[in-house]
Design a protein around this ligand. Structure first.
Ligand code: KE4
Length: 425
């Protein structure tokens, strides 16, 4: 289907922005074709430059839990903007959002705001290295923690999708300090600890992986990481950029009843405005400047507009836990529909879901790690993606991503989506 105005804009964009996009996954390289340029969005629906409407399962990669242009969020940002867009100095809203998050996630005692999930994860591993005096970190293949050098080693998400698991520009020295293991492979982690335990500053993990498609932790995996970190004195970091406040008020820590030492957040706590954060116990976080010596800074950290937006969104989620039950119901309905249709069409489909994070793989499964994700019939995803796009359903434009449901998806939206899936299969 042609989208002339999007295509014209993409033409212009490529002359002035690398690849015509400000983040690689948006370029549709993984699925082919040209990216759709969006003009506006409201609730669960996107409107593109050519006037076409789409049911949105990206939600800006997670923040739009209550839908796009959610009135209380918009109002809060509008009100904050009238009082200036940034101070570079402390403001009331930073304190209020910090208090709210620490109230929603009881094992956190301090939180530092930054401007992206990358910054949050980058700062968390620097802190872990600073407090332990150790150099190495362990991450998992297929997990993505942003584009800091230490993470672009067998990274998931964009890098994995683009087939370049480690990026040029990352030095051998940096790469040497990042160990990687297969997600859900506790024996391999045990072996890495046996070999490097005394030099492992931290293990960083997506408690529910969302950057190789949605891959849940196997029973005992997170608990195993917790006890191995305790045994070897390493810091356990949960990267909850996707899961935090989406899987429940307490995120993955609450859902799996495993407490990390440090937790990182992103986009959700700013309701889609640029924000990230890292948080943890006071004895760890107070090692960060200006209290401690681990340096981290940012002009726009705690930006008043992002704080206002985050307060509006998280405040509503905190006050209405029923939202999570509704989200679970919608997500379970979609999952059941996908499975029913695949069975009726006799298509081998693996549907992985945790709460409102869901993704499908063409193949019998199971999909418990990146190797198994890559072993599925990946070639079937691209035509599937475009069939849904042309039917007005916007999925993440890459197989190794997770779909995000918003709580404003209607029954009609879900049924339209399932009809489009049925037609596509
Ligand atoms: P940002 O720096 O993009 O705000 O956050 C990095 C990040 C960290 N941790 C997790 C678990 C993440 O999923 C992300 C970012 N997610 C991707 C989507 N897979 C953002 C989309 C993009 O790269 O454009």
């Amino acid at each position: 289907m042609s989208r002339p105005l999007s295509e014209a804009l993409f033409e212009r964009a490529r002359l002035v922005i690398p690849g015509g996009v400000n983040s690689p996954v948006r370029a549709f390289k993984a699925v082919g074709g040209n990216p759709v340029f969006f003009r506006k969005a409201q609730g669960a629906h996107l409107l593109d430059e050519d006037g076409r409407s789409y049911i949105d399962y990206v939600g800006s990669w997670g923040p739009m839990i209550l839908g796009h242009a959610h009135a209380p969020v918009i109002e809060a940002v509008r009100e904050a903007a009238l009082d200036s867009t940034s101070f570079g100095a402390p403001t009331r809203r930073e304190v209020e959002l910090a208090e709210l998050i620490l109230d929603m996630v009881p094992n956190l005692e301090r939180i530092r705001m930054v401007n992206s999930g990358t910054e949050a994860c980058m700062s968390a591993i620097r802190l872990a290295r600073g407090v332990t005096g150790r150099a190495k970190i362990l991450k998992f293949e297929g997990c993505y923690h942003g584009h800091a050098d230490s993470f672009l080693i067998a990274a998931g998400s964009g890098a994995q999708t683009l087939g370049a698991p480690s990026s040029p520009g990352v030095t051998p020295g940096t790469a040497a300090d990042t160990l990687t293991a297969r997600y859900n492979d506790l024996p391999q982690v045990k072996a890495l600890f046996a070999a490097h335990g005394t030099d492992l500053a931290a293990v960083i993990v997506e408690p529910v992986a969302g950057n190789m498609g949605c891959v849940p932790p196997e029973p005992g995996f997170l608990e195993g990481l917790r006890s191995l970190c305790d045994l070897h004195g390493s810091i356990l970091i949960f990267d909850e950029v996707m899961t935090g406040f989406r899987l429940g008020a307490g995120g993955a820590q609450q859902l799996y009843e495993v407490q990390a030492d440090l937790v990182t957040y992103g986009k959700i706590i700013g309701a889609g405005l640029p924000v990230g954060a890292y948080a943890g116990r006071a004895d760890l976080m107070d090692a960060v400047a200006p209290v401690g010596k681990v340096y981290q800074a940012g002009t726009l950290s705690g930006n008043p507009l992002a704080m206002a937006a985050g307060l509006a969104l998280l405040g509503e989620l905190h006050a209405n836990p029923a939202i999570y039950a509704e989200l679970e119901e919608k997500s379970a309905y979609l999952e059941a529909g996908l499975i029913r249709i695949a069975e009726a069409k006799q298509v081998d489909l693996t549907v992985n879901r945790v709460g409102s994070m869901i993704s499908l793989f063409f193949g019998k499964g199971p999909v418990r790690n990146l190797d198994e994700a890559k072993a599925t019939d990946t070639a079937r995803f691209n035509p599937f993606f475009h069939a849904l796009l042309d039917a007005g359903v916007y999925l993440p434009p890459a197989l190794f991503e997770t779909w995000f449901l918003s709580n404003v998806l209607s029954q009609a939206d879900l049924d339209t989506t399932l009809d489009a899936v049925e037609a596509a299969l």
